[in-house]
Design a protein around this ligand. Sequence first.
Ligand code: SF4
Length: 353
Amino acid sequence: MQNKTDDKHYIERIVSIKEALGEELIILTHHYQRKEIVDLGHYRGDSFGLSQKAATDKAARFIVFCGVHFMAESAEILSQPDQTVQIPDKRAGCPMADMANIYNVEKAWEQVTSIAGEEAVMPVVYMNSDAQIKAFCGRHGGTVCTSSNALTALQWGLDQRGKIFFFPDRHLGRNTGYQMGIHPEEIIVWNPEKNYGGNTSDRVKKARLILWDGYCHIHTRFRVEHVLKMRKDYPEARIVVHPECTREVVELADAAGSTSFIVKYVENAPPGATIIVGTEINLINRLSLENPDKTVLDLHYSLCPNMFKINLINLLWVLENIGRTNIITVPEAIKEDAKMALYRMLALSPKAI
Ligand code: SF4
C-alpha cells in the first residue's frame, strides 16, 4: 500500500520531470481528480474548460490528461498534429459514455429521421461520449455540449431544426429541456433496446427533445431523501447539485449547474455559509479545503471510480515515458468529423464558464 513517504517520493520525481520539460509539457486535470493530482497539474477545469485549453495551447508538445478517456480523446481531436496526448491509465473510462455506441446511435437516427425527416432533427451529443459519436454529430450538422453550455447548444439546435436528438445523458437533457421551457409532453426517452426507442411514431413526431436513455451512476446516486435529510439537519444551508442528477433532486436543490458553476457557487457564498453539494466527492473535499471560511458538505458520498484510477504512480509512469506510452489516437476520418462538432461547440460558447 502507498504511504506518505512514497507519495513524497513520487511527487518529487513528477515535479523534477515537469521542471525538465518546462513549456513542452502541459498536465490538464479534471475537477474530479484527487487533490495530489490536481496540485501537480498546470491547469484544472471541467470538460469544457479543458477542451478549450487543449484547443488553444499550441506551445506544449506533450499533453498529459488526468481525467477519463473521452476527455483525453477530445483533447487529442482538438490538439495540433505535432502534439501528443497521453492518459495515465487507459482503463479510466466512463460508463455513461459507453451507454451510446455508434451502431445503436445510427440505428436510432435512421428510425427517428424516417419519421421526422433528417432536416427536422438536430443531433447534440454530450462531451461524455466516444469520438465516433462526436463524429456522427459533426457529419449530421450537430454539435457537442458540456454541462456548462448545454442550454446554449440545445437552444441552438432547436432554433435550427425544431427537434433535438440528445445523447447519452437523459438527466442533463431533461433538466436543460425544462430550463428552456419545453413542455414535459414534448420530451421523450429513447431506449436503444426497443424498436423506435419504445415510442409510438406519433410521440416521436410531436417530441421536441428526444433523450437517449443513459445516465451517470455517480450523480444518480443522489436521492430525494438525501436532500430532505440535509434540509432537516442544516436548515440554513444552500444545496447545489450537478444537472446529471435526477429531475426530482434538481427541483429540490437551491441551484444546479456544471462543475465550474458549482466551484463558483461555493467561492461566491458569504463567509460562514454552509453549502451542501451533490457531485463527485473529490471535488467536494477540495472545495472544503479551499474554502476554510465556509462549511462545505457532501449531499451523499459518491466517488467516480474511473476518475480515481489516475494516481501518482501512473502519472509518474507516463511522465517517465513521455511521448511513448498510453498515447491517445483517433483515426483521421473520425477526427475530422468530430472536430467539426467540437468546433461548433467552442464557437457557440466561447466564453462559457
Ligand atoms: S462522474 Fe459520471 S459522467 Fe463523469 S466520468 Fe464518472 S461516470 Fe462518467
